[in-house]
Design a protein around this ligand. Structure first.
Ligand SMILES: Nc1ncnc2c1ncn2[C@@H]1O[C@H](COP(=O)(O)OP(=O)(O)O)[C@@H](O)[C@H]1O
Ligand SMILES: [Mg+2]
Length: 183
């Protein structure tokens, strides 16, 4: 995967597959600490300890029969390549939080990529899910709360082109500000 936005998409798709009705996607860029944090948490079905063990077992990928995929191990690898790490917190029946941290200026750190497009794909194809996106860049923070937007829409479907365009423009406007901030 070329950039972190594709990892985010992949991890959020696990949450959708787990039946989540609320998915929080958090990005924290802390230039002072030289740290980038990604966190995806959901209220889906959670995992039992055996599944968590299989995902995190470094030797598990070498087995010929693999019942679980590579989405989480690949993000873990991307984090470890940048002096970071991945952690899984999960409770059966309650939900899951996947956190990955990276040394921000590490040469191997993948770029964030097209965060706007990732969010729009998730929101437009899962209009019933309450996505909450939070992006912190040092002292600035942007929050997008789909449940709040849905309330304001007063019955207008979330995934109409007009509504999606408004959401897209809002995220884009923030990202322009965030990307122009002095490092
Ligand atoms: N958010 C989640 N909630 C519940 N189970 C999950 C979640 N994320 C991952 N899993 C479990 O871990 C497995 C491995 O996930 P992943 O590494 O992304 O590979 P894949 O999605 O291809 O199976 C999934 O198949 C699923 O059983
Ligand atoms: Mg997956």
């Amino acid at each position: 995967m070329q950039d972190l936005s594709l990892h985010i998409l992949d991890i959020a798709e696990n949450s959708i597959a787990a039946g989540a009705t609320e998915i929080r996607i958090k990005i924290v860029e802390d230039t002072g600490k030289n740290l980038l944090l990604l966190e995806i948490s959901d209220n889906g079905k959670g995992m039992d300890s055996k599944t968590v063990q299989q995902i995190t077992d470094p030797f598990f990928t070498t087995k010929t029969v693999r019942k679980v995929g590579l989405g989480i191990p690949l993000l873990a690898q991307a984090a470890r390549e940048c002096c970071g790490d991945l952690t899984i917190k999960t409770e059966k029946g309650k939900g899951t939080t996947i956190s990955a941290c990276f040394q921000c200026d590490h040469v191997d750190r993948k770029p964030l990529g097209d965060i706007c497009n990732t969010l729009i794909v998730l929101i437009a194809s899962n209009p019933e899910i309450d996505f909450i996106f939070e992006h912190r860049k040092d002292d600035d923070v942007y929050t997008l709360n789909i449940a709040d937007i849905r309330k304001e829409l007063d019955g207008v479907p979330l995934n109409t082109p007009e509504v999606i365009k408004i959401i897209k423009d809002d995220i884009s406007a923030w990202l322009i500000i965030a990307n122009n901030m002095l490092q």
